[in-house]
Design a protein around this ligand. Sequence first.
Ligand SMILES: [Zn+2]
Length: 321
Amino acid sequence: MADKDPVKNCPVCGSAAAARLVEDYFQPVLRKRYSILRCADCGADFSDPMDNPPPGTYPELYPDVEAFPGMTADWRFETFFANVPAPRKILDIGCGWGLFIHFAILKGYDASGIDYSPQKTPGAETLAPGRITRTYIPDFLRQAQASSLDAVTLFDVLEHLDDPRGVLREAARILNPGGLIAVTVPDRRSCKTLINRHYDSPPHHLTRWDPAAMQAALEKAGFSVRSTVQQPLTFAALLTRFVSPVTTFISRTASGAPSGGAARMEAGQPARRSIQRKAAAIFGKAVISTVAAAPALILYLWCLLFKPYGPAFFMLAERKA
Ligand SMILES: [Zn+2]
């Protein structure tokens, strides 16, 4: 896949003002360098180049971030439901499994979604059959009818897009005057990035945000911000973040296909070997979690004192008339 041209204008607000280099980032799997630049106008960070991951590389690049989260209406959805009364006609941009659409319909919203490649639940169809359009998000938005929706949502999506400015402007166009946009993104100030710096970096995330930058971007796209909610920083989440790369490795090792001599040795007792592997994985996770608890607690207290920002934030804004 050919690289894109160097980024000239800020992809968030369009500013041509000189951007400041904040990080020279090296992606170890792709063995590729990215410049992380901060816009002088809106304050958003963006990657140069603004390249999405090459097809098929996602599992290798980010083995611990795309697992099915389970049937839970998490803090993003609950914050939306608490702030946007039903019934409303909603489009969930980048809807993935359709989890938000599923819960929104149960609560009485008229919800549908768009995703290039909606994820499937393990062994099942999408959670919102008949409600998800599968196509390229910018194409869909360009063809959508103006002033036809009450709300659009972008839950952990904007940071993945190579044209966030275009998507925000299209979102404003397809909303009714007074319509709402709800956005969640990781908070670049959070200590989560201290534990896993690749998580909020290209090509996974092409932009990085804090609430001030998001407010500037939304206002430039034609919105006025109503409210901002920080995702609470919890010790459990920090501990999970701390141990997940190790436990993912253990799980993969335990469930993965053995090779060579190991495969021949276990051929007579596959069931027993499988149980032994699962038991070893559970024991390994318990040991890793226990060992990680003390440093995770120290980091948690340090974060509360010096970086008291949630891993992500939710922003609700209204389309100006
Ligand atoms: Zn900008």
